[in-house]
Design a protein around this ligand. Structure first.
Ligand code: CP
Length: 305
């Protein structure tokens, strides 16, 4: 594999290898401190980001490498009309690996054709976000010790929430998984994921509008933000944005070993009072994202430590 555009490019065995590398980095960070010396990562972010861009940059620095890039389309020559293909062909002359976020679905795939170096999809429109899924998988593994036999509640904007799409694909490969998809009617998970992934694999699932009814069944509750930037109509966003707000009271009927996840940023969908609950794992995901991105960079650059 030379790129990571879709989480399904990684086999279950490759996910296991990345998790093993991430756990080894956590146990012995010094061993990796110079593993990417003289290598450069370019972060090309045509859309805003805090976690993904900065965790990629922290990951490369902790591997002894260097970082260059831009954090907004308007600070690059994209603002003058340069194509994605030409931008990455240029950056491929300067960097050994590229992490790219773009508002258009498929833009990182287009980038792979001219980059000449590995390209990582750091989020493309409402489509996919495979490295968030790597962060999510390490979090699930560290909290649950397994991926099989889990009932996963996905709550909020399941239509535009790209992290949900990648997580459904990744978790669909494990035995005994069930999905409970909790959303307003207008923000249900795209049909292609039901037909091509969930139904095709015979995975049990339900779609509901009620978080309260779903709560007692769940091993994982994956909350999401309503993705304002993907809406065509501000009135629809305002009507739907507070459909689900997780509070300590709503967690009362939940399992004692539930884990509450969120890719962040949150707006209003998890009350800050939930942060003190030991089941809240969303800041663990932030840290785990850095370790999994370190493991991914090592893999794509074929660095052996
Ligand atoms: N989870 C995530 O992608 O966060 P950022 O948008 O801050 O990168």
């Amino acid at each position: 594999m030379n790129n990571l555009i879709d989480i399904m490019q990684l086999s279950v065995e490759e996910i296991d290898e990345l998790i093993a590398t991430a756990l080894d980095i956590i146990a012995d960070p010094d061993k990796y401190a110079e593993s990417c010396k003289r290598k450069k990562l370019a972060t090309l972010f045509f859309e805003p980001s805090t976690r993904t861009r900065l965790s990629f940059e922290a990951a490369m620095y902790e591997l002894g490498g260097q970082v260059l890039g831009f954090s907004a389309a308007n600070s690059s020559s994209a603002a003058k009309g340069e194509s994605v293909a030409d931008t990455v062909r240029t950056v491929g002359c300067y960097a050994d690996v590229i992490a790219m976020r773009h508002p258009k679905e498929g833009a990182p795939l287009v980038a792979t054709r001219t980059a000449g170096v590995p390209v990582i999809n750091a989020g493309d429109g409402g489509h996919n976000h495979p490295t968030q899924t790597l962060a999510d998988l390490l979090t699930i593994y560290r909290k649950k010790g397994k991926f099989s036999g889990l009932t996963i509640g996905l709550c909020g904007d399941l239509k535009f929430g790209r992290t949900v799409h990648s997580l459904i694909c990744a978790m669909s490969r494990y035995e005994g998984v069930k999905f409970v998809m909790i959303s307003p009617e207008e923000l249900r998970v795209p049909r292609y994921l039901i037909t091509d992934v969930i139904d095709r694999k015979g995975i049990p699932y339900e779609e509901t509008t009620s978080l309260e009814e779903a709560m007692p069944k769940l091993d994982i509750l994956y909350m999401t933000r309503v993705q304002r930037e993907r809406f065509f109509n501000e009135a629809d966003y305002l009507r739907l944005k507070d459909s689900y707000v997780l509070t300590p009271e709503k967690l009362v009927p939940a399992k004692s070993d539930l884990i509450v996840m969120h890719p962040l940023p949150r707006v209003n969908e998890i009350s800050v009072a939930v942060d003190a609950d030991p089941r809240a794992c969303y800041f663990d995901q932030v840290l785990n994202g850095k370790y999994m991105r370190m493991a991914l960079i090592l893999k794509l650059l074929e660095v052996k430590v």
